[in-house]
Write a protein that binds this ligand. Structure first.
Ligand code: UDP
Length: 497
């Protein structure tokens, strides 16, 4: 029987948190393990399944054409209903939430997923489950079924190490200063108090991060969408100083690769998305700044106005994804929104305008890989950050909340592949109290990264080098390729114990 066990492909259950920044890398990770011969099942709800289905279908189709490939349809999506917690029909994802009450219901639903999760084990016995760190109960639920749980939070090792230091030492309580150092890390990391989760002001958030950190440590191990060469000191710190078992398997959607949940086939692109790629073809190499703040960040009208002015003053070509930036109903209509400064609409007028506005879903990884790209003005969500790293594109950083301020530190101070606009205020997408970053500062940061000066040249050169390392990491002899193989071998070997 042991022989049969050896023959059976490894089966991994993936259980993503319902938000694009978690769902997308999980779909890409499943595709990655599938190319290495694993059977992968993604457990999610109807709306989220529809989001990732095209990418999953493409990954399965790509495998069918290869003579030596393992069986087709190696990735399956197991669809379970979204728990009835009083959210409007179709709201199954963090992007659909419109207030604190919605958010509370949503997190109540996250608890309710335990039942369908456990039901899955009644019919199937996967070798491992990669569960989002937000599903803290999944540690015990998986253990009850004898299945190892691998935690995935979808951030950098640097950010997790900073969070661990923050939770362990609570430096905000002991240091009254505006600037606070995070102790015990490989580098000196100084944060503004206002950029961190202050337990005296946000006790629930702090307690939540404590639970996540504790449950992830009780897991079999943790998988990261990152690669060794990007943050080697933090891999060492995590493994040796913190004693945690980690595998780095990224970038799960490397620039230049065929797959990737955000890429989409050309036929799947929105007209704005396809138009943008054609528009980029008309621009000189390295001349365009791409502006996007991911799927959850929202901006006040005053912030949007200054950003628009900053893009204007910079004199650079730009692509701006406005629909996810909280631009309100105006973003979906042709009416000129109130925040838009005079003359800005003309900048984006076809043909030959200096700017291109995307009001739907942007083909981000394709945009970042385009030769016309010169810089990415980003909120430092980890997927966006890693996508820029892998494409060799330098960043202008403008974090908002979550792990983003830590990721900014990594990008600007440790890796030196970006310049900051100096955002100071941690405030989630439900909150509006961000200080307004002045247009001149936005212009200056873009100028630093894209300009002729030595600093810009150094930043761009480091970004290009990192891009090469990122793509190498997932290639055949690369570090992430090796980690995927080692993890799979270990899980197969576990069957014998
Ligand atoms: N994304 C995209 N098009 C968009 C907006 C976002 O492809 O118009 C993708 C982006 O490439 C990334 C993900 O959505 O893979 C956003 O994740 P990230 O961690 O950067 O930010 P979050 O949305 O979680 O804040």
């Amino acid at each position: 029987m042991a022989g049969d066990d050896e023959q059976r492909p490894l089966h991994i259950l993936f259980f993503p948190f319902p938000a694009p920044g978690h769902l997308i890398p999980i779909a890409d990770m499943a595709a990655l393990f599938a190319t290495r011969g694993a059977k992968c099942t993604i457990l999610t709800t109807p709306v989220n399944a529809a989001t990732i289905r095209p990418a999953v279908d493409r990954a399965n189709d790509a495998r069918r054409g290869t003579p030596d490939s393992p069986p087709p349809s190696a990735i399956e999506i197991s669809v379970v209903p979204f728990p009835d917690v009083g959210l409007p029909p179709g709201v199954e994802n963090a992007t659909g939430l419109s207030g604190d009450a919605d958010r509370d219901k949503f997190f109540h639903a996250i608890q309710q997923f335990r039942e369908p999760f456990e039901q899955f084990f009644a019919g199937e016995c996967p070798d491992a489950v990669v569960a989002d760190s937000h599903f803290q109960w999944s540690v015990d639920a998986a253990a009850e079924h004898g299945v190892p749980r691998l935690a995935f939070l979808g951030t950098s090792m640097f950010a997790r190490a900073c969070t661990d230091s923050m939770l362990r030492n609570n430096p905000l309580a002991s240091c009254p200063d505006a600037v606070v150092s995070l102790p015990g890390l490989p580098h000196r990391v100084d944060m503004l108090r206002s950029q961190m989760v202050d337990p005296s002001k946000r006790p629930e958030s702090f307690a939540f991060f404590q639970r996540v950190n504790a449950e992830d440590q009780r897991s079999y191990g943790e998988v990261f969408n990152s690669f060794h060469e990007l943050e080697p000191d933090y891999v060492e710190h995590y493994r040796t100083a913190l004693g945690r078992r980690v595998w780095l398997v990224g970038p799960v959607a490397p620039a230049g690769g065929d797959m990737g949940a955000t890429k989409g086939a050309t036929s799947e692109l929105s007209s704005d998305g396809a138009g943008c790629l054609r528009w980029l073809d008309t621009k000189p190499a390295g001349s365009v700044v791409y502006v996007s703040f991911g799927t959850l960040s929202s901006f006040s009208p005053a912030e949007l106005r200054e950003l628009a002015r900053g893009l204007d003053l910079s004199g650079k070509n730009f692509v701006w994804v406005i629909s996810h930036a909280g631009a309100g109903a105006d973003a979906d209509t042709d009416a000129q929104p109130e925040w838009m400064p005079e003359g800005f609409a003309e900048l984006t007028a076809p043909p030959g305008g200096r700017g291109f506005i995307i009001r739907g879903w942007a083909p981000q990884t394709l945009i970042l890989s385009h030769p016309a790209l010169g810089a990415f003005l980003t909120h430092c969500g980890w997927n966006s950050t890693l996508e820029a790293v892998s494409a060799g594109v330098p960043m202008v950083t403008w974090p908002r909340f979550g792990d983003q301020f830590f990721n900014e530190k990594l990008v600007v101070e440790v890796l030196q592949v970006g310049a900051s606009v100096g955002a100071c205020d941690y405030a989630s997408f439900m909150e509006t109290h961000h200080g307004v970053v002045r247009a001149e500062v936005v212009t200056e940061s873009i100028g630093t990264v894209m300009g002729d000066g030595e600093e810009g040249e150094a930043i761009r050169s480091k970004a290009r080098e990192l891009g090469v390392k990122a793509r190498r990491a997932v290639g055949n002899a690369g570090s992430s390729y090796g980690d995927v193989g080692r993890l799979m071998e270990e899980l197969i070997a576990r069957r014998r114990t």
